[in-house]
Every structure is written in C-alpha cells, then in structure tokens.
Write a protein that binds this ligand. Structure first.
Ligand SMILES: CCCCCCCC/C=C\CC(=O)SCCNC(=O)CCNC(=O)[C@H](O)C(C)(C)COP(=O)(O)OP(=O)(O)OC[C@H]1O[C@@H](n2cnc3c(N)ncnc32)[C@H](O)[C@@H]1OP(=O)(O)O
Length: 275
C-alpha cells in the first residue's frame, strides 16, 4: 500500500525495481537513485531472527546497487516497529538467542554505517529496537501527534546495550539520554521533536515521505566520498566499542536474559501486552 503510494506520489518512480521478500519490500527509483525499504511483518514489525536477517541482507544488496539514498518505513497501520520480538527472549534457546543478538549487532552496524544517506519515516509507534533503527538513520521524520518513540528497555527489566545508549546520546545528548534511558521514557511525536529525537513532525505519511525525499535531495550536490568520510568520523566513537567488544556484549545480554529475575520481568511484560 505504502509502496504504491510512494510510486504514485513522486510520479518519478517510473524506472523502478521492486523486490519483495515476505516481510520486507524494497523499491529502487533508478532515476532518483532512492530506495525505499518498507517493513511489513504484521502485527507490529517485531524483529525476530529471520526478519533481522532479511533487513541485513537487503542493506548489503543496496550497497551493491549503489543507491544514492534510502527511506526506511513501515506498511503497517500505526506501527513503525515494535522493537525486538519479545517472545524470542521468553524462555529462549541460548543458541538462537545468541544468533539473534549477533544478527542484530551486524544489522545495526550495516544501517548505522551506510555509505548513502538514510531517512526514517516513522509512521507509527517505535519503541526500543524500533527507536534504535530510526536513530541509526541520518534523519527522522515522524508522523504525529499520536505515536510514541523511545528506548523503554528498563520498563521490561532489561538493559539497553551500550551501543543502543551511545546511539541515543549521539542524537539527543548525554543528559537527556540518561534520563530517557533510565526511566524508559516513551515520547510522543511532539515531545520527540522538542528533545531532538526526531528532526521533523508532520501530520500524515504523505508529508513525511516528501520531507524524506527533500532531505535526500540535499545530497545531490554532495560528493558521496565526502559524505561517507564525514559520517564515519562522526559515528566512529559509537561503533568502535561494539566492534572491539562484540563477544563481551553478546555474553552480557545472553547471560542477563537467561537470569530468573529477567525472565520473570519479561514474562510479566508479555502478559501485560496480551491483556
Ligand atoms: C548483543 C545484543 C543485541 C540484542 C539486544 C538485546 C537487548 C535489548 C533488548 C530489547 C530491545 C527491544 O527491542 S525489546 C522490545 C520492546 N518493545 C516493546 O516494549 C513494545 C511492546 N509493544 C507495544 O507497546 C504495543 O504492542 C505497540 C505500541 C507496539 C502496538 O500497540 P497495539 O495496541 O497496536 O498492538 P498490541 O499491543 O495489541 O500488539 C499486537 C500483538 O503484537 C504483540 N507484540 C507487540 N509488541 C511485540 C514485540 N515487541 N514482540 C513480540 N510481540 C509483540 C502483542 O503481544 C500482541 O499480540 P497478541 O495479538 O498475540 O495479543
């Protein structure tokens, strides 16, 4: 639905290539060089192992396609992405849990360090891992006023890994990130705009896509090399810790997820969602 809208709206997506895996649709406008990556995993685009693998593989594909920019959005009503699939954390198989965590680390690195500019069109709620995906893009346009975004991990009784936290610090600064992270605060669109968690707030998805394309058009006159070098210099401190500590990060998450206290919290949180 959204893909069709994008094609009609811009009226320039004539020479486009379209690829659809079941949970992810990608479109490339060959004229503009802009790709759209649309998440479509009902009911809430929760990130399980298979979905993460698809996202990671599509990002690699875009690298080969040499696109000029990318819009990340959702085809679901009211939800951008509900974060990691919590059912994966409830009584997990340690082997699969490790695989999810590693795949998420790699997907994040691929998204955070893309060689092309990226825009998150946040057309619905975006908690936890959904917020991380959005924060990893170069620019965020959020549809308002009724959706929420934030890193709410403490509300589940779990700890957002250092790279989640550092990514938030890079976007909104140390003090605001510390309060947001410790309280697990979810922000409305207007609040998110106010603290700089998103760059623009618009009333509907049509406007959001247009704003995203406008942002990407800024790069028409920017050297891709200068863009990428500048982004790498800015983002290097945030990624370096993860690159140097992947196993340590994984061990901490797996060990804490398996602990009885965390399992109890996750169980209660899942129950509250079902209610
Ligand atoms: C090495 C380290 C790497 C890994 C890092 C691990 C450490 C960090 C850990 C976690 C990060 C996360 O991302 S945890 C996920 C946190 N997400 C949330 O808290 C979102 C919870 N969901 C909601 O708030 C709401 O569902 C919603 C606002 C997203 C949508 O609300 P709505 O009313 O529209 O829909 P429902 O609430 O009725 O939900 C429908 C349906 O979906 C199920 N659901 C929702 N969210 C999730 C989820 N994240 N994972 C799995 N399932 C989810 C919900 O239970 C409903 O199911 P049923 O229809 O069966 O009842």
């Amino acid at each position: 639905m959204l893909r069709r809208y994008i094609l009609n709206k811009t009226n320039t997506f004539i020479n486009y290539r379209y690829a659809s895996q079941s949970m992810l649709q990608s479109t490339i406008d060959d004229k503009l060089g802009i790709a759209t990556l649309v998440m479509n995993k009902p009911p809430v685009n929760s990130l399980n192992l298979e979905f993460l693998e698809e996202i990671k593989s599509q990002l690699t594909q875009f690298k080969n396609d040499k696109i000029r920019g990318m819009i990340l959005t959702s085809d679901l009503q009211k939800i951008f992405c509900a974060g990691l699939d919590i059912t994966e954390f409830s009584n997990p198989n340690p082997e699969r849990l490790s695989k999810i965590c590693t795949t998420f680390q790699d997907t994040w690195l691929a998204l955070y360090l893309t060689q092309f500019p990226t825009v998150a069109v946040i057309n619905g709620h975006s908690p936890a891992g959904g917020c991380l995906l959005a924060m990893s893009c170069d620019y965020r346009v959020m549809v308002g006023p009724n959706y929420t975004i934030g890193l709410n991990e403490t509300k589940l009784g779990i700890v957002a890994p250092k790279w989640f936290q550092d990514c938030m610090v890079a976007v909104i600064g140390q003090r605001k990130a510390e309060v947001s992270l410790t309280t697990g605060k979810m922000y409305t669109t207007d609040q998110a705009l106010q603290i700089g968690l998103v760059d623009e707030s618009v009333p509907d998805v049509d406007n959001a896509i247009n704003k995203g394309i406008q942002f990407l058009n800024n790069f028409q006159k920017i050297s891709p090399w200068a863009y990428k070098m500048t982004k790498d210099i800015r983002r290097q401190p945030t990624v370096q810790w993860l690159i140097d500590n992947k196993q340590k990060d994984l061990d901490f998450v797996v060990k804490s997820m398996m602990s009885p206290n965390v399992q109890k919290s996750i169980g209660l949180y899942l129950q509250s969602l079902k209610k």
